[in-house]
Write a protein that binds this ligand. Structure first.
Ligand code: SAM
Length: 214
């Protein structure tokens, strides 16, 4: 008999706790966003494993632990305006939408962005705005953002994104080479940007004008 997704989700949440995710609001968001809807062609057992899955176009849905870690590092209240680069499956955007006033998300692959938009609409998440384009340029029209999250690995942090972060804001971005990156958390103060690395990670490349060349 197939495993009930709710039970599989609770097992995943327990694993995330054991790995150090302590923010119960982040863990609760995982209950509200059924991951099996974002991972087609697998069983609930697999969809709730703490692992990545292919989503087409050579891209992946991020590992739940990394989604939770990045969300926790953003220190979200209830009212932030967030920019996400790399919509992918839409899972991270749906998690962010549980906390924030509005999420702006950019994906360079048309079909992935379109699929994510339809899925989030079908889930009734109306506070996410989608765009197809090069996220390394940010989204000037809606800047400054209280939070910026980049879910693909960059060679360096694009200045365009730092400029679009509000003073008092937090940005999280994996930077490094194509094989491995440091997950960097930036805080913008009146005096400039403070940064710290919180984890070693492996992300698909951030491709664009201020990222990797294709
Ligand atoms: N956040 C996603 C999720 O929850 O499924 C996972 C994202 S996947 C690891 C990284 C995504 O970044 C891919 O879908 C890729 O196409 C996208 N990407 C890479 N470079 C980009 C760019 N310059 N602008 C927008 N999206 C980009």
């Amino acid at each position: 008999m197939a495993l009930d997704p709710a039970i599989a989700c609770e097992r995943l949440i327990q694993k995330l706790r054991e790995k150090g995710i302590a923010d119960e609001r982040v863990l609760d968001a995982f209950r509200k966003v059924p991951r099996h809807l974002f991972v087609s062609g697998t069983t609930p057992e697999l969809a709730y494993e703490d692992t990545t899955f292919p989503i087409g176009q050579g891209q992946t849905i991020s590992q739940p632990y990394i989604v939770a870690l990045m969300t926790q590092a953003l220190e979200l209240g209830k009212d932030e305006k967030i920019l996400e680069i790399g919509t992918g499956s839409g899972f991270q955007a749906a998690i962010l939408a549980q906390f924030s006033r509005r999420v702006y998300t950019i994906e360079r692959h048309n079909d992935l962005g379109d699929r994510a938009r339809k899925l989030l609409r079908s889930m009734g998440l109306a506070n996410v705005t989608f765009k197809i384009g090069d996220g390394t340029c940010g989204w000037k029209q809606w800047s400054p953002f209280d939070r910026i999250i980049v879910t693909a690995g960059a060679p360096v942090t694009p200045e365009t994104l730092s400029e679009q972060l509000a003073v008092g804001g937090i940005m999280i971005i994996p930077t490094g080479d194509r094989a491995q990156q440091d997950l960097i958390v930036y805080r913008k103060t009146e005096g400039g940007l403070e940064s710290k690395s919180i984890e070693k990670v492996i992300f698909v490349p951030l491709i664009g004008q201020h990222g990797w060349k294709e």
